[in-house]
Design a protein around this ligand. Structure first.
Ligand code: NAD
Length: 709
C-alpha cells in the first residue's frame, strides 16, 4: 500500500496486483468535511494521480470523518476563493476513464451529495441520510444536484428533496444507490467487494449525465400540483420556485443545457435579498451561543433533576421539554387539584402526539414516568435547577423564591419564567442572587424554539453558561439578554400592538392592517394575534404599566373598549373580529370599526385613508427603533441576537432575516427618515412614539448597518 497525504484529502493505493489496484481518496476536513478550497484542490490532485497510474483500476471516494461531507464551506460565500469551482471537480470525476465509486460512510449534504451523484457508483448503509438543504440558505444546489438527482432518484422524489431541503434515508433512494448495506459497520468490507466486482465486470462507467428521464414520470401536472402544495409554506421565499424551475429544466433540457440553466438560477438566488437574509440568519443562530459572559474555562453545573413551580400553561410545556430530553422533573403546585390538572394536560398533549404517530405509547409512558408532582417545597431539596412559572405578580414570585432559597441545595440554579417582571427584584428575595436567572420560554413552551436567557445584575458566569448549554439539550435556541421590561422580544412587540390600534383610530380597519403585516411575511397580523392570545392579556399588562402610557389618552383605547365589552378574542367568539362557533377564521365586524370611529371623535383624531406603506412602516419601524435602543443599552449584545429572537419567538419571516437585518437591507437611513417623518407629521402621537433612537440616527448618518457594530 502506498500512501501520501494531500492535506484535506488523503490518497492511498490498495495493492491488488494485475493492474487491479484501487485508489482510495479520503476527504478529511474536520469537523464536517466541508468542500473548502483545500478539499477541491485535493480531490482534483487525487483523481488525476489515480488516472495517471496504470496499476489503478478503480477509484473510491470516501471520508474518515463522521460525515461523508456536510457540503459547501459556507464561510467562503462571503468573499472566499471559489477556484477551483466544485462543478469543475465533479466534471473531472464524472468524465474519468476509470470507475469512481462513492462510499458514503456518513451523511452527505449539499455539495457532498453532489460529489456522490457525479461518481459512477454509490454505496452506503440503510440508515444513512442524504439531502440537498441549499434551499434553507436561500439558494439551490449549484453543482449539478438539480440535474443529477432527478436522473437517479426520480423526478418527484428529487423535486421534494431539493425544494424542501429535507434529508432522506438511503434505503428510501434505491435509484441513487447501487448497494445499500444493512449495517454501517460492514460498509467498508462490502464496499471493497463491490468495487472489485465492478473491476472484474469490465470496469463499466455509468455516468449520471447519460441517464435519460422518462417524460411520463414528470408530467406538467406534477409541477403544478407541487407548486400548489407548497404555496403556503413557500410564501415570500425566493429559492423554492427557482429549485422547481431547475428540476423542470432537468426534464426538458439535455444535461449540459440543464446545467447551464441551473447555473443561471443559482446566480439569481445568490443575488437575492432573501438569500442574504437566510444566510445572515444561519450565522446569527450560531452566533447567539457565542457570548462574552463566559469562556472555555468557566465551569458548568450538572443538571440531572429539575423542579418546576406552577403546573399551568407554561409550567406544563416547560416540564415536557425536560421529560423529552430524559431529565426527571418535579412539578409543584399549592393545591393537589391544580397539580392533577396540570399533569393530566401534559398526558393529553403526549397522547395527541402519539395519535399523530410522533410518539409511541411506550414513549408517552416513559415521559410521564419522568414527571412527578408535589405540593411540598421539601421535595425540591435535591433539584439542580428549578424554574418558576407562577402568576405574573411580583409578590407571588418573591414568596416562591423565598421558599426556594430556604429548601434548595447550595448551588441549585433558581430560574424565573417571568415575561415582564424585574429579575433583580426577584433575586433580591433570596440570599443567593448569583444563582438566579431568567429563563423566558415562549408559548407553547414545548413547541417554540426560542429561550431568552435573562442575566440579572448578580447572575454568575457559570449559571449563565450552564443554562445556555442546557438549552441545547432541551432543543431550544437560547439568546442571552439583560433585564428590562419585557426583555428583548416583548419589549419590542409593544409598538406592534400600539401602532396597530392607533392606525385603526386613524381610520384603517383591522383586516387591512392584518393583511399588510401578513403580506410582509408575519404568520398573522396584530389584530388576529391579539384575538388569538386574548385581548385581555394586553389589557392587564396595560393596567400595570400606567406610568408608561398614561400621558397618551389614545394608547390602545380600542383594545381597551373591546375588552370592556367582553370582546376578549377567539375564546369569547369575538374580539377585533367575530368568530363562528368552533371556527378560528376571523370575520370582519362593522361594530369594531364603529368603536374606532366613536373613539376617534371623542379624542379628536381625524380618520383618513391610510396606505399599505404607512401601515407597514408604522408597525415595523418603531420595532426596529426599539431594537436600536436595546442595543445601545446593552440589553442585547448584538443585532443578530435580536433577529434570532424575532424569527424563533415571533415568526418574523426568515427570508427577511429578522427585523435588524431587514433594516440593514432597506437601509438605516430609510428607517431613520421615516421615523422623523412620522414624528413630525403625527402630532402628539408622533412626538410620543416616533423619537428615533440615537444609535439609529448615528448609523444612518454614517451610512452604516446594525451588523457593522
Ligand atoms: P397560568 O395561570 O397558566 O399558570 C400559573 C400556575 O401557577 C397555575 O397553575 C397556578 O395554580 C400556579 N401557581 C400560582 N401561584 C403559585 C404558587 N405560589 N406556588 C405554586 N404554584 C402556583 O400562567 P402561565 O401562562 O403559565 O404563566 C406563568 C408565568 O409564565 C408567568 O410569569 C407568565 O408571565 C410567564 N409566561 C407566560 C407566557 C404565556 O404565553 N402564557 C409566555 C412566557 C412567559
Amino acid at each position: 500500500m502506498t500512501q501520501n497525504s494531500m492535506q484535506a484529502v488523503a490518497y492511498e493505493v490498495l495493492e491488488q496486483g494485475n493492474n487491479k489496484n484501487v485508489a482510495l481518496v479520503w476527504m478529511q476536513n474536520p469537523p464536517v468535511n466541508a468542500l473548502s478550497k483545500s478539499v477541491r484542490v485535493g480531490l482534483i490532485a487525487a483523481i488525476e494521480q489515480a488516472l495517471s497510474d496504470d496499476s489503478v483500476a478503480a477509484i473510491v471516494i470516501s471520508s474518515k470523518q463522521t460525515l461523508f461531507s456536510g457540503g459547501a464551506d459556507i464561510s467562503e460565500f462571503s468573499g472566499g476563493d471559489f477556484e477551483p469551482p466544485l462543478p469543475k471537480v465533479l466534471d473531472l470525476i464524472e468524465n474519468a476513464s476509470k470507475p469512481v465509486i462513492a462510499v458514503l460512510n456518513g451523511p452527505a449534504f449539499g455539495g457532498g451529495l453532489e460529489v456522490a451523484l457525479s461518481c459512477h457508483y454509490r454505496v452506503t448503509f440503510a440508515a444513512n441520510k442524504v439531502g440537498l438543504p441549499e434551499v434553507n440558505l436561500g439558494i439551490l444546489p449549484g453543482a449539478g444536484g438539480t440535474q443529477r438527482l432527478p436522473r437517479l432518484a426520480g423526478v418527484a422524489q428529487a423535486l421534494d428533496m431539493i425544494v424542501s431541503g429535507r434529508p432522506v434515508a438511503a434505503k428510501k433512494l434505491p435509484g441513487v444507490f447501487d448497494l445499500v448495506v444493512e449495517q454501517a459497520e460492514s460498509l467498508l468490507n462490502e464496499a471493497m467487494a463491490f468495487c472489485n466486482k465492478v473491476i472484474n465486470d469490465g470496469a463499466i462507467i455509468k455516468r449520471t449525465s447519460e441517464v435519460t428521464i422518462d417524460p411520463n414520470t414528470a408530467p406538467a401536472e406534477l409541477f403544478t400540483q407541487y407548486r400548489q402544495g407548497i404555496a403556503k409554506q413557500a410564501r415570500g421565499f425566493f429559492a423554492p420556485e427557482r429549485c422547481i424551475q431547475a428540476v423542470e429544466a432537468a426534464v426538458s433540457l439535455p444535461f449540459l443545457q440543464g446545467l447551464d440553466r441551473e447555473g443561471e438560477l443559482f446566480m439569481e438566488c445568490m443575488a437575492s435579498k432573501e438569500a442574504r437574509a437566510q444566510q445572515h440568519f444561519f450565522f446569527a443562530e450560531r452566533a447567539a451561543s457565542h457570548v462574552k459572559d463566559y469562556d472555555k474555562t468557566t465551569p458548568t453545573r450538572d443538571i440531572r433533576k429539575v423542579g418546576i413551580i406552577g403546573a399551568g400553561t407554561m409550567g406544563g410545556g416547560i416540564a415536557m421539554n425536560f421529560a423529552n430530553a430524559g431529565i426527571p422533573v418535579t412539578m409543584l403546585e399549592l393545591k393537589q387539584d391544580a397539580l392533577d390538572k396540570g399533569l393530566a394536560l401534559i398526558r393529553k398533549n403526549y397522547e395527541n402526539s402519539a395519535k399523530k404517530g410522533k410518539l409511541s405509547l411506550a414513549q408517552v409512558e416513559e415521559r410521564m414516568a419522568l414527571l412527578g408532582g408535589s405540593t411540598s417545597y421539601d421535595d425540591l431539596s435535591d433539584v439542580d435547577l428549578v424554574i418558576e412559572a407562577v402568576f405574573e405578580k411580583m409578590s407571588v414570585k418573591q414568596e416562591v423564591f423565598k421558599s426556594l432559597d430556604a429548601v434548595c441545595k447550595p448551588g441549585a440554579i433558581l430560574a424565573s419564567n417571568t415575561s415582564t417582571l424585574d429579575l433583580d427584584e426577584i433575586a433580591a428575595a433570596t440570599t443567593r442572587p448569583q444563582d438566579v436567572i431568567g429563563l423566558h420560554f415562549f408559548s407553547p413552551a414545548n413547541v417554540m424554539k426560542l429561550l431568552e436567557v435573562v442575566k440579572g445584575e448578580k447572575t454568575s458566569a457559570d449559571v449563565i453558561k450552564t443554562t445556555m448549554m442546557m438549552a441545547k439539550k432541551i432543543n431550544k435556541v437560547a439568546v442571552l439578554v439583560g433585564v428590562c421590561f419585557g426583555f428583548v422580544g416583548n419589549r419590542m412587540i409593544e409598538s406592534y400592538g400600539r401602532e396597530a390600534n392607533r392606525l385603526m383610530l386613524e381610520g384603517a380597519n383591522p383586516e387591512h392592517v392584518d393583511k399588510v403585516i401578513y403580506d410582509f411575511g408575519m404568520p398573522m397580523g396584530p389584530f388576529t394575534m391579539g384575538d388569538m392570545a386574548g385581548q385581555d392579556i394586553g389589557y392587564f399588562v396595560r393596567q400595570s404599566r400606567q406610568e408608561f402610557i398614561k400621558h397618551d389618552p389614545s394608547y390602545c383605547v380600542i383594545a381597551d373598549r373591546l375588552v370592556e365589552q367582553g370582546r376578549v378574542g377567539l375564546k369569547a367568539g369575538k374580539g377585533a373580529y367575530l368568530y363562528a362557533e368552533g371556527s378560528r377564521v376571523p370575520i370582519p365586524d362593522p361594530a369594531v370599526t364603529a368603536i374606532a370611529k366613536q373613539e376617534a371623535e371623542r379624542l379628536g383624531v381625524e380618520q383618513r385613508n391610510i396606505s399599505d406603506q404607512e401601515i407597514l412602516e408604522r408597525i415595523i419601524f418603531p420595532l426596529i427603533n426599539e431594537g436600536a435602543l436595546i442595543l445601545e443599552e446593552g440589553i442585547a449584545a448584538k443585532s443578530s441576537d435580536i433577529d434570532v429572537i424575532y424569527v424563533y419567538g415571533y415568526g418574523f419571516p426568515v427570508y427577511r432575516g429578522g427585523p435588524m437585518q431587514y433594516a440593514d437591507e432597506i437601509g438605516l437611513k430609510t428607517v431613520y427618515d421615516a421615523m422623523c417623518k412620522y414624528r413630525d407629521e403625527l402630532g402628539e402621537h408622533g412626538k410620543n412614539w416616533f423619537k428615533p433612537a440615537p444609535l439609529l440616527k448615528k448609523l444612518a448618518e454614517q451610512g452604516k448597518r446594525f451588523s457593522d457594530l
